[in-house]
Design a protein around this ligand. Structure first.
Ligand code: NZQ
Ligand code: ZN
Length: 388
């Protein structure tokens, strides 16, 4: 196992009714609350009213920051930061999925920072030596695990770059996770979020070191849980057990626990982020389009782990197969699952206009150092062509 230091500063409140039970005491020290949300789902499903009512009863001054779009832009971050400054906001309450949480993390930093946060912290990694505004999150869609890490993925439209950075200082102070809040997520978004969870786990699992490692064992259990509970939630969107498991799977995949002692790959995420920068496609859908092709490119370099994936995650028996055949059967099973949950797609369908755009996307992708096989830009282009 690699050496590591582990800390996670976010306090999690999980379960039915947790917002009603705990929000009031969590915002007690603050007087002006920014209520941040996306395109309006929280107004339709009643979550906004529930939160606003609690804050009103407590006599808080509130400021709305609405319209945070999927794949949040740097421009939107600056809009939120300006509002936070002008209204003397002393805590941000992000209500939504990954996009709202990520945007609010960046707003919490940008609100009082003197420089340009894109240049200083996203274009290249930086060191945060100021105190961001306090941030609390209420999760309404599972997938990114953003509630329990310092990660924020921001798109700079002018530069055509979508970049994620993880700064522990941007971990939310608290996260309220009520699985019932996810009942209204449309099926397409639920499965794309579910695949995002699976992707986060696979991107960590398929990396060195490969010796006996508790993180790999935890990840196999998590992957099986995602597969089983996604199937159950598709059957019955109001299955509380399934929604609860998916919600905690999502947090577990990205709260840094499983990354301990691992190199981590995340090349598929690098590729998807640039695909998103060019097409604005849905994150989970982009990942699902890329993963099988990417794994067929790298499986030979991590063969024992791909064999283990086939046997332990998909339950495929050897039945006289060679290691290579078994590894490929595991990747086929992953692809079949993507089809089963309705996420199978091509880059053309996801918005790539023509093949000439693929080279620009490939050339702008970051290269992961933790992969079983470090990619070249021309190999990424091959993968993109196969997925087109
Ligand atoms: O905007 P509204 O109207 O709220 O609708 C949203 C949005 O259209 C809807 N939704 C959310 N909760 C709902 C709901 N609809 C009905 N009922 C509810 N309860 O879902 C749609 C998608 O929301 P979004 O937040 O964009 O989805 P997701 O959670 O998948 O977040 C995606 C973003 O997170 C980034 C992605 O790149 C992308 O920008 N990521 C963040 C990570 C992190 N911070 O650690 C890691 C990930 O790998 C990922 O890159
Ligand atoms: Zn992701």
């Amino acid at each position: 196992m690699n050496n590591f230091i582990f800390q996670n500063s976010t306090k999690v409140y999980f379960g039915k009714g947790c917002v009603n039970e705990y929000l009031s005491s969590l915002v007690k020290p603050y007087s002006t609350v920014m209520i941040a949300y996306g395109g309006g789902s929280v107004k339709k499903n009643g979550i906004y009213d529930e939160v606003a009512e609690i804050l009103k009863k407590d006599g808080k001054k509130t400021v709305d920051f609405s319209g945070i779009m999927p794949n949040p832009t740097y421009k939107k971050v600056l809009e939120g930061a300006k509002s936070a400054r002008e209204n003397d906001v002393d805590i941000i309450l992000a209500i939504g999925g990954g996009s709202v949480m990520d945007c609010c993390k960046a707003v919490s930093l940008a609100a009082w920072y003197q420089g340009d946060i894109w240049e200083d912290f996203w274009e290249r990694p930086g060191v945060i030596d100021t105190e961001p505004l306090p941030l609390g999150v209420i999760v309404t869609a599972t997938g990114t695990g953003s509630e329990c890490n310092g990660g924020a993925v921001i798109t700079n439209e002018e530069k055509k770059v979508k970049t994620g950075r993880d700064y522990p200082k941007l971990n939310p102070d608290f996260a309220l996770l009520d699985p019932v809040y996810t009942y209204s997520v449309p099926e397409k978004q639920m499965v794309s979020g579910g695949f995002d969870i699976l992707s986060h786990i696979m991107e960590t699992y398929f990396s060195e070191p490969n010796e006996d490692n508790v993180s790999d064992d935890i990840m196999e259990a998590l992957m099986k849980s995602v597969i089983r509970n996604l199937r159950a939630a598709i059957k019955n969107p109001k299955d509380y057990t399934a929604r609860s498991n998916l919600m905690w799977d999502s947090t577990m995949a990205e709260n840094r626990v499983i990354k301990m002692g691992k190199n981590c790959d995340f090349e598929c995420h690098n590729i998807e982020h640039q695909l998103g920068a060019f097409t604005n496609c849905n994150h989970g859908c982009g990942l699902a389009a890329i993963h099988p092709a990417y794994y067929r490119h790298i499986y030979k370099y991590g063969l024992p782990k791909f064999v283990r994936f086939a046997e332990n995650v998909w339950g495929i028996a050897r039945n006289g197969r060679t290691d290579e055949e078994l590894a490929l059967a595991g990747i086929d099973a992953l692809e079949d699952f993507i089809k089963e949950i309705g996420l199978h797609s091509t880059l053309r369908k996801l918005g790539v206009k023509d093949k000439t755009e693929l080279k620009e996307i490939a050339d702008s992708c970051g290269i992961s150092k933790g992969s079983f096989k470090s990619m070249t830009h021309s190999e990424i282009l091959d993968i993109l062509n196969e997925c087109y």
